[in-house]
Write a protein that binds this ligand. Structure first.
Ligand SMILES: C[S@@+](CC[C@H](N)C(=O)[O-])C[C@H]1O[C@@H](n2cnc3c(N)ncnc32)[C@H](O)[C@@H]1O
Length: 304
């Protein structure tokens, strides 16, 4: 594919992620977020003919990017079911689990999916179009209290109450079904010099709720403890602080609150050795080439 094509997905921090996985060529690896297959392709390049890569994507459209390779098992499912599938395919314990969270450029740049504030499209934002709830349903049916909480918690929006009042007054007369409708409403509440950032926060909040992103991440992290072989790596690329906090706390403490519990000898009771005390972030040159990389944070842990 031509890299100048707007639908091309640049794999973020590709060499850093591959190095982080510390790949054993004969090992079993899992790419939980296949997307355009950029990271998956690079993992396959490191594997011998005995190696296996199991990949997941909940978006059936991502499967159109499938790589023709006998070592790849590509599964159209939410990664929260990782344990069921690895058991089904008898591909565990595994040597590494990788996650590149969020949406791909294929999804983001497609107006029909509703992820971008730049184009008008249906207010959908589902990664898996089979799930029931889309963003429009949330905007039109959630109570004022629930909406406000969502904007506050998932969008980290300071004037969530003001935005919710605007939305509630609008929806009394007209359903909110298009991204452009929501963008126009939110724009009125945004600080004048931070309109784009504000819109991104509003859409982020909806995306997290629609796709139950934090719940899925918690399930993935929890399952990885059981699925990884000793010395196996868990490598996570996240794009906002809510995800990064869960990953950081889980690596450090084995729980999502980050409370370290000590054993009888005073040693922390965790299943992981943290490889990255501070997250790895992309170099300036990568951000210039791919603005999506700007907020990326890479964390690595090793199963004890
Ligand atoms: C950032 S993209 C991955 C891009 C990929 N690393 C590449 O190089 O092309 C994230 C992908 O993960 C998928 N995804 C996000 N959350 C998921 C989940 N809970 N279960 C399965 N797939 C998920 C999205 O549908 C999207 O295709």
């Amino acid at each position: 594919m031509n890299k100048e094509d707007s639908t091309y997905h640049y794999p973020v921090m590709l060499s850093e992620c591959i190095k982080a996985l510390n790949i054993n060529p004969d090992g079993i690896y899992v790419d939980t977020t296949f997307g355009g297959g950029g990271h998956a392709r690079a993992i396959l390049e490191e594997l011998s003919e005995n190696g296996i890569l199991v990949a997941f994507d909940q978006d059936p459209e991502a499967l159109e990017n499938a790589i023709d390779d006998e070592r790849l098992i590509l599964i159209n499912s939410n990664f929260s079911y990782i344990k069921n599938f690895l058991k089904l395919y008898k591909t565990f314990p595994v040597d590494g689990i990788f996650a590149d969270l969020g949406v791909s450029s294929f999804q983001f740049d497609n107006a029909r999916r509703g992820f971008s504030t730049r184009f008008d499209g249906p207010l959908d934002l589902r990664m898996n179009p089979e799930t029931e709830l889309n963003a429009g349903d949330i905007m039109n049916r959630y109570s004022k209290e629930k909406l406000k909480q969502l904007f506050k918690q998932y969008g980290e929006i300071k004037n969530a109450g003001h935005l919710t009042n605007m939305v509630d007054n609008y929806r009394k007369n007209q359903e909110i079904t298009r991204t452009a409708q929501l963008a126009a409403l939110a724009q009125k509440c945004a600080p004048r010099n931070r309109v784009n950032k504000y819109l991104a926060q509003v859409f982020q909040a909806l995306r997290i709720e629609v796709n139950q992103e934090l719940e899925a991440l918690k399930k993935l992290l929890g399952s990885s403890t059981e699925l990884l072989a000793p010395g196996g790596r868990l490598v996570v690329l996240s794009y906002h602080s809510l995800e990064d906090r869960l990953v950081k706390n889980f690596f450090k403490a084995g729980n999502f609150e980050g409370e370290i519990k000590k054993d009888f000898y005073g040693d922390p009771q965790t299943s992981f050795k943290v490889i990255t005390r501070k997250p790895i972030t992309p170099v300036e040159k990568e951000i210039e080439k791919n603005s999506r990389a700007r907020s990326a944070k890479l964390r690595i842990a090793e199963k004890k």
